[in-house]
Design a protein around this ligand. Structure first.
Ligand SMILES: *Cc1c(COP(=O)(O)O)cnc(C)c1O
Length: 360
């Protein structure tokens, strides 16, 4: 159910003026599912060459070789970031350079050519500007941006594709946090998400479809998501299917280290910094299941949810309950970060990048 909105839910958005400014979307009911928009970004590059500027094209299906690297061998990466509309009418991005960098790291691991950081950020700006009217009104959500880097050239034997496509589409999404209460996680004993030497540390498309089955099973049993253990020992916690995890005890906030099997989340990094700023000691180190069970608070971080409290963790037949709500550190950190992202407080860290208009 949508939470009650203190005001404005009865204010019609589609006046003639708003009509030009905004797409015809019910901004009060945004969730996290695809709402196709007008345009997408596309750029192609041959192996051994580099990406050109690329172009904005109407959003739609793309023709692809049946023999494409992405279709046959999963040679592809994705990214995810958000654009916000501020109260004073600016449109901003949260740390897009970090996504650019992560795509480069992933491209290196999957033997693909990647766009430069500058090309990446420019492409994000162009795509958002072309779809400006789909950026939700301030406070109603954000425009989720999904960049892809995929091997689109034909390869029959396993090899890097001879051509890559860098593309980007967007969808307006709601504020995840307000939409539901805390997460109920189950520790998985059967499946492993990532292995040392594998691709867990990059946003490779191949990491995600194997998660669907355990996720489906967890949801069928009434859980919100799965907490994966390390493949080597099965003793330490790693992360949830698409978000990072933190535990707290007293003044210490701990999160597993990004040493190859955990995705280095940009929200994870930002939240660690904010927690240090308010006096917490943040430790990146192995976190055992025993410690998880004894923690005072547990929370997850990721672009979609920003910060979300974990209400319970189920481990075998034990169900542990954690602190959530107004007093929780996760609530405080969520507010600190979203205030920066939405332009409500001054961005002292220069995390936000403004999109200035047609000259971009
Ligand atoms: C994308 C992702 C995250 C979160 O990363 P952010 O940069 O914070 O969005 C965490 N874990 C996995 C497995 C992911 O795919």
């Amino acid at each position: 159910m949508a939470p009650s909105v203190p005001h404005s839910s009865s204010v019609p958005l589609l006046t003639s003026e708003a009509n030009e400014k905004y797409a015809n979307v019910n901004w009060e009911e945004l969730g996290f599912s695809l709402i196709p928009t007008d345009y997408m970004y596309m750029s192609k590059c041959k192996q051994g060459e580099s990406f050109s500027e690329g172009e904005i094209v109407p959003y739609g299906d793309i023709p692809i070789s049946p023999c494409a690297g992405i279709l046959n061998y999963g040679q592809g990466l994705f990214e995810g970031l958000k654009a916000y509309r501020t109260e004073d009418g600016r449109i901003t991005l949260f740390r897009p350079d970090q996504n650019a960098f992560r795509m480069q790291t992933g491209a290196d691991r999957l033997c693909m050519t990647s766009p430069s950081s500058d090309q990446f950020v420019q492409a994000v700006k162009k795509t958002v500007l072309a779809n400006k009217k789909w950026v939700p009104p301030p406070g109603k959500g954000s425009l989720y941006i999904r960049p892809l880097l995929i091997g689109t050239g034909a390869v029959l034997g396993i090899a890097s594709a001879p051509e890559y496509t860098f593309l980007m589409y967007v969808s307006p999404v709601g504020n995840y946090h307000t939409a539901s209460s805390g997460l109920n996680l189950i520790v998985d004993h059967t499946y492993r998400r990532a292995h040392t030497g594998g691709t867990g540390g990059v946003k490779s498309c191949t990491n995600y479809s194997p998660v669907v089955k355990p996720l489906f099973e967890a949801k069928s049993s009434g859980f919100s998501d799965i907490l994966f253990l390390d493949a080597a020992t099965g003793r330490n916690i790693e992360e949830v299917s698409t978000c990072n995890i933190f535990i707290t005890k007293g003044n210490i906030v701990s999160t597993p280290p990004t040493s190859g099997t955990i995705l280095p989340g940009i929200t994870r990094k930002s939240i660690s910094e904010l927690a240090r700023d308010i006096g917490y000691q943040v430790q990146e180190r192995d976190v055992s299941v025993e410690e998880l069970l004894e923690a005072e608070e547990v929370f997850c971080t990721g672009t979609a949810m920003v910060v979300k409290a974990v209400e319970t963790v189920t481990f075998h037949d034990k169900k542990i309950k954690y602190r959530t709500g107004e007093e929780a550190l996760s609530t405080k950190l969520h507010l600190m970060l979203t205030n920066i992202q939405m332009g409500i407080v001054e961005d002292k860290k220069s995390w936000m990048v403004e999109i200035n208009g047609c000259d971009e």
